[in-house]
Design a protein around this ligand. Sequence first.
Ligand SMILES: NC(=O)c1ccc[n+]([C@@H]2O[C@H](COP(=O)([O-])OP(=O)(O)OC[C@H]3O[C@@H](n4cnc5c(N)ncnc54)[C@H](O)[C@@H]3O)[C@@H](O)[C@H]2O)c1
Length: 384
Amino acid sequence: MADNLDAYKFKQKTEDGEVGRTIKVGIIGTGWIAGDHAECYKRCPGAEIVALADIVPGKAEAFAKKHGLENVRIYNSDRELIDAEKDNIDAVSVCTYNRQHAPCAIYALDHGVNVLLEKPMCVTLDEAVEICRAEKRSGKIISVGFQPRFDPNMIMLKEVVQSGILGKIYYIQTGGGRRMGIPTPFGTSFIRDDTAGIGALADIGCYSLDMVLNSIGYPKPLTVTGYTSGFFGKKPEYLDRPEYTEEFSVDDFGAGFIRLEGDIILDFRIAWAMNIDSPCDTIILGTEAGVRVPATDCWNGSIGGPLTIYSNITGIPVQTLIPKRDEDDLGNFDKKIRSFVSAVRDGGKAPVPTSQILYNQAIIDGIVRSSKLGREVELDIPEI
Ligand SMILES: NC(=O)c1ccc[n+]([C@@H]2O[C@H](COP(=O)([O-])OP(=O)(O)OC[C@H]3O[C@@H](n4cnc5c(N)ncnc54)[C@H](O)[C@@H]3O)[C@@H](O)[C@H]2O)c1
């Protein structure tokens, strides 16, 4: 599963003066994160936003005005946009809340439109499988919006692990958390079952899982024992408005014990709210060395500090601190948009492929199922 993360480095105009085609893009769902998509497309050479859709009347119009998008065509739903624009646009960014990820992505792919799908990929494993099948039958590109993949420190972590210096990897602990970080500044779409479907487990848990699974090469998950709870979303002081407690209907904490192919154990915990500063650092243990990735105060998929490698040289336990890599001028979000644009225009691979994120979603789904059943579950992931 080769990455195509460098694709963002394209220049639309080459040294011989050749100019690449400008790709035309629609944005589906004009809420919070759509603003970042819009600004990054505006800065991206060779991309033009031509259409917007939102199911809330007037929201897409206000978004167009705020982001200076003149002459965009505006629609009342994803389907209206795709039906009207499918022969005109190359791609859409799907920026809806989680429950609408699968229907919007599948509809776009089935009508021949490439998709940049926000994280988490979707809500259930069944939906993830359907997205992968739609991708296969369409022959189009779908990339999942994990911008931390482009973080130079995430890339370094993967390089360290892939170098083999850890020996055989047998145990991984990962996760992240926030003491008071239930996301309600822009309303309740993250905390309602009918819009988000899953809470912290999918929203920020997907980042922790991606960090470690991507660095070890995304082995297949086999079984999961999971737990979820939602105690803090019922406490008014944890939400931007007290009345939001009435709407809180997802998890704010999740944990899982996962067996991965290759005899690797993954121990995972994630929280939007908790009575401790951090649930854990990330550690990857191998027979020759271990690596520690320090936790952050407010987990959102970025690395908290320098990595430490622990090893044993001629019987002497040693620790090697790897300094953090500087970010370059282009931010991770810009790289996510540009690599997708490049893959669509130049026919490259999806920078963050569904074949990997399917396993991420299978673990999340397994934790939810196991928590409901109160026992371990096997993960039955079909071949696509
Ligand atoms: N990559 C990141 O850093 C990042 C950050 C924040 C959010 N996200 C993800 O982005 C997604 C959206 O988050 P948000 O905070 O922008 O949510 P939001 O609630 O602010 O916006 C979602 C918008 O989608 C619209 N919508 C829903 N279904 C639609 C449909 N079928 N057609 C057209 N419009 C539709 C809603 O009306 C709403 O305006 C979530 O899945 C979230 O996990 C990613």
